[in-house]
Structure formats: C-alpha cells, structure tokens
Design a binder for this molecule. Structure first.
Ligand code: ADP
Length: 251
C-alpha cells in the first residue's frame, strides 16, 4: 500500500516549538482528518509533508523513501499535491490554463520544442488540455472552463485548486481548510469530491476546522494540541475522547 508518512517529526521556529515528535501515516484510498485548536501545528505538518518546510528532526517518507531533503518543486513529480487556505491561482489566466499548470511536470518537450510548437510539444499540450478539461468537469467546473480565474467565487477557486492537483496525477492530495468560507451546499459538493478521490485510490489529508464535515467523511482522524499528537483514531473514537473534547471540541 502506498503511504505518505511523517515519522516523529519536530519543527521549531526560533523559540517556538510548532511540532514535537508527531507521526502521521496517510494511506492511499483513505481520507485522513487533521484537527486541533489554532496554533496546534496542523499547517506546519502539512507544510512538512509537502516540502514547504524542512523537518528539524524526524523524517518524511513516501512509500518508505525519505523525502525530507527533497525540494518542494520535486513533490508534484512524486505525486504529492496540496491546496492552500487562500487559493493560489493565476487570476488573469483562464480556469483551463490554471488547471493545465498542474501538468507541467510530466511534459517531456523542451523549451525550444514548446516555443516552436513542434509535434511532440503540440501532442503533449493536447493531451494535457483534454485531461484538464475532463478533471474540471469532474469537480463540477465544466461550465467555467474558459472563464478568467479571477472571476470565480471562493468555492469555485477551491475546486479549481483540487482539479489542478489532480491534473498532476497526485496520489496524495493535502487540503488546507478546504471547507473554510463555503456554504453547506458547497461543503456537500466538496464531500462528494473528496469521497470520489478516495474511491479512486487517492490519499486525502483534510486539515479542517469544520468538524461535522471531518467526522462525516474521514476514515481516520489525528488530533493535535500544542504541537503534539493527542489522539489518532476513527472519527467516532475521536469525537468522544475526553481529551479531544477538553482541548478542542468543547462540551
Ligand atoms: P495551526 O495550523 O494548527 O493553526 P500552525 O502550524 O500554523 O498551527 O502553527 C503552530 C505554531 O507554530 C504556532 O505557535 C505558530 O505561531 C507557529 N508558527 C507557524 N508557522 C510559523 C512561522 N513561519 N514562523 C514562526 N512561527 C510559526
């Protein structure tokens, strides 16, 4: 089974210990929730798993191989994609062009072949365009393919970021607060997308504050508090755990 693993990782920022000896195993074909109060280290862990930060201690492994020292730009090549709390898109480009950006890493044509529109470059671009269009339809953005990305609303931007990750053939996709700012109807659509990803064998990490959403779609949930893992279990076990209730869920 394919896994993306944080193995007893620690991360400090100056005098602040953001994470201390935290482990998490994300498996293919599962939705894994990561919850905890603000400042508990969730985004830091996501940044370590995706290579935006380097670990101080511990290791990040994909299928057993260490990624800890591989640069962030290598992550798409190995199949690890992410989205951001505030979607990062190129607003002046079309929705389709933004989605196609996810496929840059698998094209083989060189700069000159592309600039001169030589056959291999044209073939690759057609294939990438077809794939991006198909995935945009898959996330429900088929109607907006030729729209400028800056004209999309918040939820549409989030779905476009997911499509961009899928265009890069992600095996693991890590979503940073994807339900933030979405209506209940949009969250239902998001739930159908992440469930479809899981069913397609992709491993999904959900860093999320919307706990009803987390508990309804996740297979397993990890809870952090003050940079430490306090509970890792099924949604039912996590939501009834006294420590999780005390530090995060409330009575
Ligand atoms: P969460 O995502 O759970 O809200 P974070 O991972 O953002 O938590 O933050 C964990 C801790 O690390 C917090 O105390 C935060 O202030 C600190 N931290 C996170 N990123 C940085 C950074 N780039 N520089 C300094 N401190 C940071």
């Amino acid at each position: 089974m394919s896994t993306l693993v944080a193995d007893t990782v620690s991360k400090r920022f100056g005098g602040v210990t953001a994470l201390s000896n935290v482990s998490l195993e994300l498996r293919e074909g599962e939705i894994h929730g990561l919850i905890g109060p603000n400042g508990s280290g969730k985004t830091t862990l996501l940044n370590l798993l995706t290579g935006y930060y380097q670990v101080d201690e511990g290791d990040i492994r994909l299928d057993g191989e260490s990624l800890a020292r591989s640069p962030v730009q290598q992550r798409p090549r190995v199949g690890v994609a992410r989205t951001f709390q505030k979607p990062r898109l190129l607003g002046s480009l079309s929705v389709l062009d933004n989605a196609m950006l996810g496929g840059w890493c698998e094209t083989r044509a060189g700069f000159l072949e592309t600039a001169l529109a030589l056959p291999r470059a044209r073939r690759e671009e057609r294939a990438l365009r077809d794939r991006a269009e198909e995935l945009l339809h898959g996330v429900g953005l088929g109607y907006a393919i030729h729209r400028r990305a800056s004209l999309l609303d918040h939820a549409e931007q989030r779905f476009l970021e997911i499509a961009r990750g899928l265009v890069m053939r992600a095996r693991f996709i890590l979503l940073d607060e994807p339900a933030g700012g979405l209506t209940e109807g949009e969250i239902e659509h998001l739930a159908s997308i992440v469930t479809a990803l899981r069913d397609a064998g992709i491993g999904v990490l959900l860093v999320e504050h919307h706990t009803d959403f987390v508990f309804s779609v996740c297979d397993r949930v990890t809870t952090l508090n003050l940079g430490r893992m306090i509970k890792h279990a099924t949604p039912a076990e996590v939501r009834s755990d006294p420590e999780v209730i005390r530090v995060y869920l409330g009575a």
